[in-house]
Design a protein around this ligand. Structure first.
Ligand code: HEC
Ligand code: HEC
Ligand code: HEC
Ligand code: HEC
Ligand code: HEC
Ligand code: HEC
Ligand code: HEC
Ligand code: HEC
Ligand code: HEC
Ligand code: HEC
Length: 484
């Protein structure tokens, strides 16, 4: 009896001392939970994303106020766009700061599970990033077969990508460019090792026609760019000034070159804003206020045809020239008596308009700045000037980048006088190329070794790796760059 009781007691004690659940069972449970949380759920989420759609889509059928849905939704989205953030457990390290805002959405870069990052995923956001060189220019495997992720390894901390770029620019550029001439036989790109010691003279891009750009190396004879717009810088920048409507006027660079919004470059020079105050497009000295518009040939001819038709029929009183001072009419500096009046000229209104047009196009105005040629008529149908003689203004060379393969910001050089880099004040022809050479840059910029009083400059200061201009954004849409 005693032993029996003891046995029973012992059994109870044993039962109490035995763990509630077997150790084996515990291990299995933990294993399954981890498997579920760290593998099955994330994998399910990536294979059947529909199961983890934002709450709003799943609950669209249920009656819920939009506010309720919204709160649930944003909470859910913030937690994780994929699998409630469970896949974040796999991250090998923090992403770069630029990528952290969407860092929980692993799929934005890892679109294929268990595979290396695809360039496609990066390009989905970095759509406009160009390659270093277009394949048709140089088909080097090292350039075209290297994955984005080979150079940009993420998960190396907030500053990771930036410091990788810096490291690459410190040594990666010269590994190719130090001896490119032998790596890529026939290339026109010179070897580069360091800006101060081994960097070729620049190749300046000039327009040889209105549709074709070529790049010409500096260092030999001065470069020129054919230009149908006539403009002598020297004459206009004369220290003593130049004749203007209010007497001698001193012009400086900023009279015509206004910084653009970013300050990197300049607004294009405009006739109406920068020239017309002196080069008035007046055509009839007896009515000296009147000017033709600075526009197309039909616009100019129509204005003249209408003007002489009108004064012919309505007997407008003529101006008497002011008693003192020159009347500022056509070509600045010209004596006031020089231009002829056509109001009382021979013939009918058409003949007077034709004579005035010939004077304007060929002698006093357009021809001063443009290459003007006579063309057989009649003019543009339906315009009043169609029955007058006709002219053609040679198209003006459009503005374009001069050194497209490097960056240059005028705003960060505004302490330096313009004339240190551009010899404009000595230039008498618009065909002179006024771009600085490497010598001017080296006055201040040295290479990667610091020099007291100079600006230490590695490749990254002036160049990037990705060169979008080769691929997406040519200088001017209709201009093509060709090899000389
Ligand atoms: C901005 C893009 C980006 C995002 C977002 C991203 N990764 Fe990565 N991940 C990379 C890159 C780049 C690599 C290097 C891949 C390579 O070399 O093929 C990488 C590598 C990895 C590797 C392999 C580690 C190695 O050294 O090869 C794992 C694991 C990984 N990522 C997990 C994650 C997880 C988990 C997330 C979400 C929390 C995530 N990643 C989000 C870009 C990203
Ligand atoms: C979901 C969009 C997105 C994806 C996908 C993405 N990026 Fe980015 N990345 C960004 C944004 C946004 C920035 C910050 C851009 C900025 O500041 O101009 C950035 C910045 C960068 C930078 C500059 C880092 C810095 O701080 O200077 C590099 C390099 C970069 N990404 C490379 C990659 C690579 C390589 C991949 C593919 C593995 C990738 N990115 C995928 C959006 C994305
Ligand atoms: C894998 C080799 C390689 C690396 C690395 C490399 N480049 Fe290049 N680079 C080239 C090739 C090839 C060309 C095109 C040559 C041609 O047009 O004939 C080129 C062209 C250029 C040009 C334009 C030259 C011109 O006038 O048309 C510049 C500027 C340039 N690279 C700068 C750099 C910088 C800066 C780095 C480092 C961030 C760098 N490169 C890294 C191979 C490389
Ligand atoms: C009266 C107006 C005017 C003034 C003042 C003027 N420019 Fe110009 N500039 C022009 C015009 C018009 C062009 C375009 C025609 C051409 O290519 O010469 C031009 C073009 C240029 C160009 C690019 C063309 C090339 O061939 O390189 C540079 C650089 C330049 N000017 C610098 C200067 C500097 C520096 C000053 C002051 C010392 C100056 N300019 C003063 C009107 C002016
Ligand atoms: C402040 C007045 C003034 C402004 C502004 C001005 N010019 Fe002139 N320009 C003159 C004068 C005066 C002459 C005549 C100088 C002479 O013949 O000695 C002249 C002459 C010229 C000539 C003829 C040069 C020659 O060798 O025959 C051209 C071309 C010319 N200007 C173009 C322009 C252009 C283009 C602009 C605007 C970007 C411009 N000018 C702005 C005053 C000006
Ligand atoms: C003082 C110099 C000057 C005179 C005089 C002048 N122009 Fe111009 N013209 C310019 C300049 C500078 C440009 C380019 C900038 C602009 O459009 O304002 C230009 C541009 C043009 C263009 C556009 C050409 C193109 O390819 O884009 C036409 C057309 C034109 N001028 C017609 C005329 C006609 C017609 C006359 C005579 C009635 C005339 N111009 C007189 C300086 C002048
Ligand atoms: C440190 C040298 C330097 C100084 C100083 C400088 N420039 Fe330039 N400038 C350049 C270079 C380099 C370019 C070529 C940029 C390009 O197109 O790639 C240029 C281009 C230009 C152009 C033609 C491109 C455009 O945007 O129209 C004009 C005009 C010009 N500069 C005017 C000026 C004026 C005006 C000043 C003084 C306020 C000035 N520059 C000061 C170096 C300089
Ligand atoms: C009178 C001295 C001087 C000359 C000449 C000069 N630079 Fe600079 N440059 C500077 C200084 C100073 C800085 C600013 C450095 C800094 O911020 O660390 C600078 C900055 C730059 C930068 C960095 C861009 C930026 O926005 O800060 C580039 C690119 C550059 N220069 C290119 C050139 C080129 C190309 C030339 C020749 C055409 C040139 N520089 C001539 C003094 C000069
Ligand atoms: C101070 C600014 C500056 C620095 C620093 C600089 N470059 Fe340049 N580089 C330029 C300019 C400006 C050009 C002319 C761009 C053009 O032709 O459009 C140029 C042209 C080039 C070219 C074309 C050469 C050719 O034969 O036409 C290559 C390649 C190049 N640089 C590579 C480099 C490399 C690699 C480094 C670093 C070791 C470097 N550069 C440092 C400003 C700089
Ligand atoms: C051979 C190495 C290399 C490869 C391959 C490469 N890059 Fe870069 N990338 C660089 C370097 C060096 C820089 C820093 C210089 C610069 O700003 O251009 C950079 C800068 C960037 C930047 C920041 C520059 C900016 O304009 O904001 C982005 C974004 C970028 N790379 C995306 C990509 C993408 C996407 C790919 C794949 C299609 C890629 N890179 C392939 C070397 C590389």
């Amino acid at each position: 009896m005693q032993t029996r009781n003891n046995d029973k007691l012992q059994q109870e004690i044993d039962a109490l001392q035995r763990p509630l659940i077997g150790r084996r069972f515990m291990s299995w449970l933990l294993f399954v939970l981890v498997l579920l949380g760290a593998l099955v759920l994330p994998v399910t989420a990536s294979v059947w994303p529909a199961l983890f759609q934002p709450v709003e889509q799943q609950t669209a059928g249920l009656r819920k106020t939009p506010e309720q849905a919204q709160v649930l939704n944003t909470a859910y989205m913030r937690a994780s766009p994929t699998a409630l953030g469970l896949d974040a457990q796999w991250t090998p390290g923090p992403l770069s700061s630029a990528h952290q805002p969407f860092g929980l959405d692993c799929k934005s870069c890892h679109s294929k599970p268990f595979q290396p990052v695809q360039d496609r995923d990066c390009l989905a956001c970095h759509r406009d990033i160009g390659n270093h060189v277009a394949t048709k220019i140089a088909a080097m495997p090292a350039l075209h077969e290297t994955r984005c992720a080979t150079c940009h390894r993420d998960h190396q901390g907030a500053e990771g990508l930036v410091s990788q770029n810096r490291r690459y620019i410190g040594s990666g550029c010269a590994s190719c460019h130090g001896d490119l001439e032998s790596k890529l036989p026939g290339t026109q790109v010179g070897n580069v090792k360091d800006f101060a010691k081994a960097h070729p003279q620049f190749r300046v891009q000039v327009a040889v026609s209105n549709t074709t750009l070529v790049r010409l190396r500096q260092g030999g004879a001065p470069l020129s760019q054919p230009n149908t717009l006539k403009f002598p810088h020297d004459l206009h920048l004369a220290k003593a000034g130049i004749a203007g409507p209010d007497g001698k006027t001193r012009l400086d660079c900023s009279s015509c070159h206004k910084p653009n919004a970013s300050g990197v470059g300049f607004e294009p020079v405009k006739m109406a804003r920068d020239c017309q105050s002196c080069h008035a497009l007046a055509f009839e000295p007896a009515l000296s206020q009147r000017q033709v518009p600075h526009g197309s040939v039909p616009e100019v001819l129509s204005t003249l045809r209408e003007f002489y038709g009108y004064v012919n029929s309505s007997k407008v009183p003529l101006d008497t020239p002011p008693a003192n001072g020159p009347v500022f009419t056509v070509r600045p500096g010209m004596p006031a008596s020089a231009p002829a009046s056509f109001v009382q000229g021979p013939g009918d209104a058409r003949a007077r308009a034709a004579a005035a047009a010939t004077e304007l196009f060929e002698k006093t105005s357009c021809v001063v700045c443009h290459v003007v040629s006579r063309v057989p008529g009649p003019g543009k149908a339906g315009t009043p000037g169609a029955d007058l003689p006709q002219w053609k203004i040679a198209p003006v060379t459009p503005p374009h980048a001069w050194l497209p393969k490097a960056s240059f910001d005028h705003a960060s050089h505004k302490q330096t006088p313009c004339g240190d880099c551009h010899l404009a004040a000595k230039s008498s022809k618009s065909s002179d190329v006024l771009m600085p050479t490497i010598k001017e840059c080296r006055d201040c910029h040295v290479g990667s070794e610091p020099v007291v009083g100079k600006v230490k400059s590695d490749c990254a200061m002036c160049h990037g790796y990705h060169m979008p201009d080769l691929h997406t954004a040519p200088a001017a849409a209709h201009m093509k760059s060709v090899k000389p």
